[in-house]
Design a protein around this ligand. Structure first.
Ligand SMILES: Nc1ncnc2c1ncn2[C@@H]1O[C@H](COP(=O)(O)OP(=O)(O)OP(=O)(O)O)[C@@H](O)[C@H]1O
Length: 690
């Protein structure tokens, strides 16, 4: 069977789907070509190319459909479905279309080299040098096991202890949480009229996500060890509102909450008062705004202002966007502006300073950022090869892969678990190179049950690689994603996977002073030569003797065939892959207007993209119009569906790095504007934070 991809007509590589005329022409050409292929005659225009690619043509005919060894045991389907699910066919007829033909040319990346903003993570000063309660210092030293301050802590804590409002900007993973938690605890424990639990909140901390709410709560709880009369609490929508109300009634003195959940309580809970508030902290302000919580923040500010005017306000952010500046204007009173960047960044032209800083983001110096340009057909194979390269053939690596929807996480998680993990379908031990570790995959997304995620724990520390399989929709999102690695001075790396048509995105990042260096796709695929289970078997079980790039291509094709076999092993998996494909396109249609020239759904080649979902053909019933009907072309308001769907909120706890639980409402459909991903790690337990 010739697939849609192998039967693509000769034309410029960037084809557009959804145009009836073009489609009809393509179908006609596809039919023509199919006949030519089956008759053994190459189409006239491609005769030369095909002769030079004859080895690859052979792959199409002879590539085995599973890994050598026990992979057969995992997927031994006797019959296969075509990807349209319309009919069963006998296995021997199935071919893997050439992955390396008819791909768009990979453009040379001419990225402007920009001077990236840098920050020094640690300061030489110790916490002892601060004017803090001795018990607080010893708690920091013994419970948190920290001695030196980070730069942002060194600059922020004294200012906040003086009673000033502050706008704190510092890179991801630089220790901003303690920068506000320490002054809050120091000031509250020192109050002459001792705090009573029943007094209610003295400090209100707003964070964008449940994970962050828990992390901040954990930090505050540890700092409060010597000051047991101060009670911290967290509201984040992971438990029934009724029990949150009960906790509020008993009294919470340092209240940490996601904005949506707090607004919920402001509207519906009688026992929430702000008359004693002395601190209002907005942490990760950029993410809060990115997730569409601006209105909620306004509601909260109004509610707090109505009961108490005099307090200290702090806004913390990794990036200083226009939105953050606006929020600072309405929430801070005569603030001190703290930017670690100011001190460290060597400014060749001081006049550039204000505007450059507004648009640029500091990235940890120990974070190496990379990009790879991969044609759509090869995306899945390339991602798999990269995971193998880092997590199977290198030691102590832990990776997070970001996708644009829950469906994509589920799809990739499942396909990799079934094909790459060393279960019964994995290469046998004698085939494994000595330096090889079993893979363990975990998933994390907005539709997961709370218990699932809580039981696993996030274990985000010590992540060594961040892979962005779907490009983020804003530079701030890019920064926060890569910011999950290289925290607090550790080394980390990131990889952004782009299609050739998306190469311009590299310049868009450069305009925000974000530098990425290119990795060649071939270098990633080359890892497949390390493992003979990807070696092509010819008829009669003879191994291929291909070498160099030809061998890499053969092995990539073997791997693609394994994926296709898995996907086509049942009607269920085919329809599931189609749903994932649809979800991908839906998410692709929601890039913001300014990025549309780079990420436009019409520049996707459906047949090629289908390949990256293990589908042999592009689903027939999918078109731009189908997708448009289902996806508003704007990124949806993440909280839109939530208010009436509280029964889903429970299932939302902790599922996503950036979900607060109230946004997106836990519906089972695709959600945009959030983060999704899964972690890949060697299966042996890694060190855990704290
Ligand atoms: N002074 C310190 N010494 C050693 N480790 C520290 C120190 N301060 C914070 N850390 C650790 O550094 C890590 C990152 O801190 P934190 O989460 O506060 O960073 P952040 O700037 O808020 O990052 P993000 O903006 O990405 O949330 C945490 O594991 C924290 O425990």
């Amino acid at each position: 069977m010739a697939t849609a991809c192998s039967s693509l007509p000769d034309r410029p590589p960037r084809t557009y789907f959804g145009r009836r005329q073009a489609q009809t022409k393509r179908q006609a050409e596809a039919t023509k070509r199919k006949h030519q292929v089956s008759s053994g005659a190459p189409p006239a225009k491609r005769r030369n190319e095909i002769s030079s690619l004859s080895a690859k043509e052979t792959i199409d005919k002879e590539t085995p459909r599973t890994f050598k060894g026990s992979a057969h045991k995992t997927f031994p389907p006797k019959t296969y479905l075509d990807s349209t699910g319309s009919g069963r066919q006998e296995k021997p007829c199935i071919k893997t279309s050439s992955l390396f033909k008819n791909n768009p040319e990979i453009p040379a990346l001419h990225r402007a080299v920009v001077k990236q903003a840098r920050e020094q993570v640690f300061s030489p000063e110790a916490f002892q040098e601060l004017d803090l309660h001795p018990h607080l210092i010893s708690t920091i030293n013994t419970v948190l096991k920290m001695s030196s301050m980070t730069s942002v802590q060194k600059q922020s804590i004294p200012v906040l202890l003086e009673g000033r409002d502050a706008l704190v900007r510092s890179q991801t993973g630089s220790g901003k949480t303690l920068a506000y938690c320490i002054p809050v605890v120091q000031s509250l424990q020192a109050l002459t009229s001792k705090i009573q639990r029943s007094d209610g909140p003295y400090a209100l901390v707003l964070v964008p996500t449940r994970e962050l709410a828990l992390q901040s709560f954990d930090t505050v709880q540890k700092l409060l060890k010597p000051f047991t009369w101060i009670v911290p609490g967290v509201l984040m929508g992971g438990e029934k509102r009724k029990s949150e109300k009960a906790r509020l009634r008993k009294g919470i003195n340092i209240l940490i909450s996601t904005p949506g959940r707090l607004v919920d309580h402001i509207r519906s809970t009688k026992n929430i008062h702000f008359n004693r508030i002395q601190w209002l902290v907005v942490d990760e302000a950029d993410r809060i705004l990115d997730l569409g919580f601006e209105k909620d923040i306004t509601v909260i500010l109004n509610a707090v202002n109505a009961e108490c005017q005099k307090r200290q306000n702090v806004l913390l952010s990794a990036t200083l966007t226009e939105g953050v500046t606006r929020l600072a204007d309405i929430s801070l009173h005569n603030p001190v502006s703290i930017s670690v960047l100011d001190k460290i960044w060597d400014q060749p032209n001081p006049k550039e300073d204000a505007s450059t800083q507004l648009d640029s983001f500091a990235i940890p110096e120990s974070l190496d950022q990379h990009v790879v340009l991969v044609p759509s057909k090869l995306r899945l194979v390339c991602l798999a090869a990269f995971i193998l390269q880092k997590c199977k053939f290198e030691k102590d690596q832990k990776m997070i892969v970001f996708f644009s929807s829950c469906e994509l996480v589920e799809f990739h998680y499942s396909i990799f678990v079934h094909t790459l993990s060393c279960r019964s379908g994995a290469p046998t031990s004698e085939q494994l190179p000595s330096a090889s570790w079993p893979l363990k995959f975990l998933r994390l997304h907005g539709n997961m049950e709370q218990e699932d995620v809580a039981a696993r724990g996030l274990d985000l520390p010590h992540v060594t690689w961040i892979v962005q399989y779907s490009a983020p929709s804003s530079p701030a999102e890019y920064i926060h994603r890569i910011g999950r690695t290289a925290r607090i001075g550790c080394h980390g790396s990131s990889l952004l996977i782009l299609a050739p048509s998306e190469a311009e995105y590299v310049n868009s990042l450069a305009s925000h002073k974000i530098n990425v260096s290119e990795i060649k796709m071939e270098d990633i695929l080359a890892v497949l030569t390390k493992d003979d289970c990807f070696k092509r078997r010819q008829r009669g079980a003879q191994k291929s003797h291909a070498t160099g790039s030809q061998e890499i291509r053969e092995r990539a094709t073997v791997l693609q065939t394994v994926f296709e076999d898995y996907v086509h092993s049942s009607e269920r998996t085919v329809s599931w892959a189609k749903k994932a494909l649809q979800s991908f396109i839906r998410a692709y249609a929601t890039y913001p207007r300014e990025l549309k020239p780079i990420f436009h759904v019409r520049s996707l080649h459906l047949g090629h993209v289908a390949k990256s979902f293990g589908l042999r053909d592009a689903p027939r019933n999918l078109s731009v119009s189908t997708v448009k009907k289902k996806a508003s072309l704007k990124r949806p308001d993440p909280r839109r569906k939530t208010r009436n769907k509280h029964h889903f909120v429970l299932a939302e706890v902790l599922h996503s790095e950036y979900s607060s639980g109230l946004e997106a409402g836990g519906t089972k459909g695709g959600k945009q504007g959030k983060q999704w991903g899964f972690q890949v790690a060697p299966s042996k337990p890694g060190p855990r934070r704290e």
